[in-house]
Each structure stands twice: as structure tokens, then as C-alpha cells.
Unconditional design. Structure first.
Length: 485
């Protein structure tokens, strides 16, 4: 099948979160299944610089955007054979900062126009109106930045099938009513069953309401977003469309995340030969200026410092362990200034027990996965999560809250699962510092039982969350949708 896969970020061209990893790995897996897939993403300056050789293949002027002709740049996603299209519209995308925010951390005021233009381009590519000798059978859109594309395509009788994937429902692309008017959309779309959402315009609601099928990134998250507690006001619509909603678990790119061949870590190791992991732990301790205490468990956390990720729970729960010398902690991430400040104070208070890197560093993320003994993910909600799956492959036992994809990928080391031999981590339920502290205590008790810990680590490393299964699920969905049209 011919598939157009649209995303606002794709690793290694541009990355702010897991969306970028998925938007690289899933298309590559679909390509290996011999589907004719093309990627499309905005041509941010950093993306153009990292994309390698690019060729201008045409210019498109889109309805509603006469002053912003889009030049299509064609290439190949680095490290793959997946064809890549970058949408070069300088006024919209040639800016410093990340794809959505200026250097001061505030959202670009014209994000509705920037991603409205991107959606128009997706529509034109889907309908064969962009000057390419190619038209897709399926258009696969991802998160709010592409949410208007299924809306625009819904207005055409002869069109490809559309899939819209929710990676995180809490980011909705909400704008004032004036944004709807500025995008020159049909007035009949402004109603409570369309793009209107409590007086605002919602890009993500457009994708949910008008795509032929909706997916999200784990089975449990698909159930959770249909509840009032986690539906972000869209649970009614999601329940209405429940027959067209599927949870497909994200996968892991084991070419990038495998300790036996990872070039970013101090020493390679495998399930059969774990000797290199001790060197990775010593390397991580040295990097953060922590004493090289091999018998003390080293906890790791990589992620955005936001309440969703439960970083506040971690910083509260771990302090008694740091003050007593019972564990060390390294944290890599940035986000909420208040949480960053709390983390800095904790690192200053316990310089021999805690290391902190404010910001994101891909190399350091790999070193944490390889060097830590325990990876802590106390997320209040987690659509899928990738780090817990990376941790399993690296033999770094995940301690996770039982939610979303964390619940789907980590088996709790309770007495029953330890006895049956299928435990892979430690899970807890309540989003409180005490519940996390109790889970960490269980993990540390297991750590101090070397034979049992070794069995737990080996079982974790045996788990397979490769993209092949997920890609097959998406390919099957595509076939059903194309047959249905």
C-alpha cells in the first residue's frame, strides 16, 4: 500500500519527545514490510541541516496561504530507506527555538497558521495535487499538529483513508475562535460535533472527529482516555467513536537501543555477558561526580520535568534514600522551572548522592539507561512510554506507576510473578510520594538479593518490544480501511 505518514517531528531531524522516535521507527518498520511509504514534516532549519542531500521537487501554493508558497524538498530519512518530504515555508518554519515554542519558552502566537498550512499541504499530497506522480491509499496523521488534515480530507468524496494517532491527549492544539476564521474553513465545521470545543478551536478534536480511524499508543491508554478522569474533556467524543478507536502499543528501535551494540555507552554488554554493565555504572557515576560505590543502587530518570511525569513524586520520595546513603540518583531533563529549581536544590544538598543535568542530551540518555540499576517512571499518566522498554532491554529494572503503556509493558515483581518467573519490574498504583517510596523500597530489597536480582534482570532483558508486531497491526488496520473505502 501507499502510505503518507505526517508528523511535526521525526528523529533524528527534530525531537522534543517520543513522537519523534515513533515517527522514525514505525515508518521504517512499515517500509521493511514493503509498503510504499513517504514521510512529510515541516522543514525546520535544524531538520534541513540534518537531513543530508535534499532536492527541490516543486512548489505548491495552498488555498488560504497565498503569501506562503511551500517548496517540497525530497530526500531520505537518515539511517533508513524511507523517502522523506520536507515542507519549506520560510515564514512559518524558519525560526529559532523548538517546533512549537520560541526561545523564551512561550508558544508561537501563529501556531494555528503554521500547522494549518501543514495540514493543507498534507491534504494536497493526499489528493495528488502537489505535483508528485504519487498518491497515497492511506494518510496517517499524528497528534494535534496534523489534526486538521483529516478534517480537510473529510470534505472530499474521492480521497485516501485517514488514520489519526493520539500520542498524548493533554496536548490539544487549542486556539481562540479567531484562529478558525483565519484558516478560512467552512463555517459548518464550527459546532460542538466539529472543531468547536468550549468556545475554542481544537485541532486534536478535528482528528478525533473526522479521521476514519483513531489509534493511540497503548491498549490501556485507549481505555483510559474514554474516562472522565483522563479524557481531557474529549471522553464523550471518544466514547462516541469507540468502534473506531484502537490501542496499538508502540515499539522500540533496537538498532538504536540495544546495549550489545550501543556506541554511546562506556561498554557493551548482553543478557549472556553482563560484565560491561558495571563499567557503564562507573562511567555514569564519574560523569556526575558521584562516588563509585558498586554496592549502592543507582537510580536513573530521563524525561520532561513536568507534573505528568511525576518528577515531584520522585524528588520527594527519594530524599530519605539520598540522605541515608542508601541509593544514588541521576536525573536528566528539563521543563517546569519550579521542578527544575527543586531538583537543583536537592542535588546541591546531596552532592555525593545525586547528579543532575538540566536539559536533554541523547548520548546521556543512553548512558543513564546503561549505567543505572533502576529506572524510575512515576508518571501520573503515560500514553505509552518508551524509556521503560529501553530500560528492560538494558537490564535496568523499571519502577513504574501502573498506568497507560507502563501497565502494558512492565510485570510487577510481586510474590506471584517472581515465583512464576515472568516479573520484569516494580509497579505501584497511587500517585503519591509514599506509594513511590514503598515501590523503591521493594526494588532496593530485591537489589540486595543478588541471585534473585540477576534473574529479574535477565528476564527483563529477554522482553521483545520490537516494532515488527506494531507495524503488522498498523498494516492490518490500513488494509481494512482501504477495503472499506
Amino acid at each position: 500500500m501507499r502510505v503518507l505518514f505526517a508528523s511535526s517531528e521525526i528523529h533524528p531531524l527534530m525531537k522534543t519527545g517520543g513522537l519523534a522516535d515513533v515517527s522514525a521507527s514505525l515508518p521504517a518498520a512499515l517500509k521493511r514490510l514493503r509498503h510504499d511509504l513517504r514521510l512529510v514534516m515541516p522543514a525546520y532549519p535544524a531538520a534541513v541541516a540534518r537531513a543530508g542531500t535534499l532536492e527541490e521537487i516543486g512548489t505548491v501554493t495552498l488555498p488560504g496561504f497565498p503569501a506562503d508558497p511551500v517548496t517540497l524538498l525530497s530526500g531520505t530519512l537518515p539511517g533508513t530507506r524511507v523517502p522523506l518530504l520536507l515542507a519549506d515555508a520560510p515564514r512559518c518554519f524558519q525560526r529559532a527555538g523548538d517546533p512549537y515554542r520560541a526561545m523564551d519558552g512561550r508558544d508561537w502566537q501563529d501556531n494555528h497558521l503554521r500547522f494549518g498550512l501543514f495540514a493543507r499541504l498534507i491534504e494536497h499530497l493526499a489528493l495528488g495535487r502537489a505535483g508528485l506522480d504519487w498518491q497515497p491509499d492511506v494518510v496517517h496523521c499524528n497528534d494535534w499538529q496534523t489534526g486538521l488534515a483529516p478534517v480537510m480530507l473529510h470534505l472530499h468524496d474521492r480521497r485516501p483513508a485517514t488514520v489519526f494517532t493520539i500520542h498524548n491527549l493533554s496536548y490539544q492544539g487549542l486556539f481562540a475562535r479567531a484562529a478558525f476564521d483565519a484558516l478560512d474553513l467552512p463555517p459548518e465545521l464550527w459546532h460542538y460535533q466539529g472543531l468547536e470545543f468550549h468556545g475554542q478551536m481544537s485541532f486534536i478534536k478535528g482528528g478525533i472527529a473526522y479521521a476514519d480511524h483513531i489509534t493511540t499508543v497503548s491498549p490501556t491508554y485507549a481505555q483510559e482516555i474514554c474516562t472522565q478522569q483522563m479524557g481531557n474533556g474529549l471522553d464523550g467524543l471518544l466514547n462516541h467513536r469507540a468502534d473506531a478507536l484502537t490501542g496499538i502499543l508502540n515499539g522500540v528501535d533496537y538498532k538504536e537501543w540495544d546495549p550489545s551494540r550501543d556506541k554511546r555507552i562506556a561498554a557493551n554488554y548482553s543478557r549472556e555477558d553482563m560484565s560491561g554493565k558495571a563499567r557503564c555504572k562507573a562511567d555514569l557515576q564519574h560523569h556526575f561526580g558521584l562516588p563509585g560505590r558498586s554496592g549502592v543502587p543507582l537510580l536513573g530518570h530521563v524525561g520532561r520535568m513536568v507534573p505528568q511525569k511525576g518528577v515531584d513524586l520522585l524528588l520527594k520520595a527519594v530524599e530519605p534514600l539520598l540522605s541515608g546513603g542508601d541509593a544514588q540518583l541521576v536525573v536528566v531533563g528539563s521543563g517546569d522551572p519550579v521542578l527544575e529549581r527543586i531538583a537543583r536544590r536537592l542535588a546541591e544538598r546531596y552532592p555525593g548522592s545525586m547528579g543532575l543535568h538540566v536539559g536533554y542530551d541523547e548520548d546521556l540518555a543512553h548512558r543513564v539507561e546503561a549505567g543505572a540499576d533502576v529506572f524510575v517512571m512515576p508518571s501520573r499518566f503515560e500514553p505509552c512510554g518508551l524509556n521503560q522498554m529501553y530500560s528492560l532491554r538494558y537490564g535496568t529494572i523499571p519502577v513504574v506507576r501502573r498506568t497507560g503503556g507502563l501497565a502494558d509493558t512492565v510485570v510487577d515483581a510481586d510474590p506471584v510473578h517472581l515465583a512464576s518467573g515472568d516479573a520484569t519490574g516494580v509497579c505501584f498504583d497511587e500517585a503519591t510520594p509514599q506509594a513511590l517510596a514503598d515501590a523503591l523500597a521493594r526494588a532496593l530489597a530485591l537489589y540486595h538479593q543478588p541471585a534473585g536480582w540477576k534473574r529479574l534482570v535477565r528476564n527483563a532483558m529477554a522482553q521483545d518490544f520490537s516494532w515488527s508486531r506494531s507495524a503488522e497491526s498498523y498494516a492490518g488496520l490500513y488494509r481494512e480501511l482501504v477495503a472499506g473505502r
